[in-house]
Design a protein around this ligand. Structure first.
Ligand code: UDP
Length: 234
């Protein structure tokens, strides 16, 4: 195995599947199967999931809600997704722990780094909910931060595109995909990998990022086994 401990970042939007809102049970089931494959292979798996399928803080101001309040609502949205993912994983026999950056005593554990690492060592999938716990951040930043804290080998950003392209492949048919690219090149070319806060955290801490297509069955396992899947940023 190329990687022993991974942090998988999934967007909330990906969970919608073909729907316009909420959680698509088929997509959720598909993701849990992919995650189970890597857990069964002995990989330590931590997960951060977004909340964009339910609520985003930037929507708030338009509807007369204070931005910080909106971000708190967004963080709660990530917890809803995390709970769904936790439940779906346990249903297929994967042991999990959910840790929240905002205390939710009745629902899950608080985030404690040493405990998270211990869970991982015991083979439990650890889901980090409520982002970083701070407004004005994204779950991409939470993914980078937690990955650094738990000393993950890599951040895997599971998306619906199969890597980083010279331009948006959904808009520009001539866009070329990179197999590898450096952090500096991503900056210089202004490519969109993660938001800058998240990206800079990874760069400054030498944490590689792989952007890959999470909707392609088997991709996640192939990736941790060392196959060239997606785009490696290092
Ligand atoms: N959020 C936040 N701080 C964090 C993580 C998330 O305030 O550390 C809020 C923010 O409002 C964001 C929302 O939670 O819009 C949902 O997260 P995100 O947009 O990253 O989800 P994704 O795009 O991955 O679905």
């Amino acid at each position: 195995m190329k990687y022993k401990r991974i942090l998988l970042k999934l967007s909330g939007e990906a969970l919608m599947g073909e729907q316009k809102f909420g959680i698509d049970s088929e997509r959720l089931g598909q993701y849990t199967q992919e995650i189970k494959k890597v857990v069964d292979a002995g990989i330590q798996v931590a997960i951060v999931i977004g909340g964009g399928n339910i609520y985003r803080g930037i929507q708030a101001e338009k509807s007369g809600i204070d931005r910080v309040q909106g971000d708190h609502m967004g963080m709660l949205a990530t917890l809803i997704n995390s709970m769904a993912l936790q439940s779906a994983l346990e249903k297929i026999g994967v042991q999990t722990r959910l840790m929240s950056a905002i205390q939710m005593q009745q629902l899950c554990e608080p985030y404690i780094r040493r405990r998270a690492v211990r869970h991982l060592e015991k083979g439990r999938v650890v889901i980090f909910g409520a982002g970083t716990g701070n407004p004005f951040f994204t779950t991409d930043s939470a993914a980078s931060l937690r990955a650094i804290e738990i000393e993950a080998d890599v951040v895997l950003k599971g998306t619906r595109v199969d890597g980083v392209y010279t331009a948006d492949p959904e808009k520009n048919p001539d866009a070329q995909r990179y197999n590898n690219i450096s952090f500096d090149e991503v900056y210089a070319k202004g490519l969109n990998v993660m938001d800058m806060t998240a990206f800079t955290l990874c760069k400054e801490n030498n944490l590689p990022i792989i952007v890959f297509d999470m909707n392609m069955p088997g991709n996640l396992l192939r990736l941790v086994q060392g196959a060239e899947v997606g785009t490696l940023i290092s």
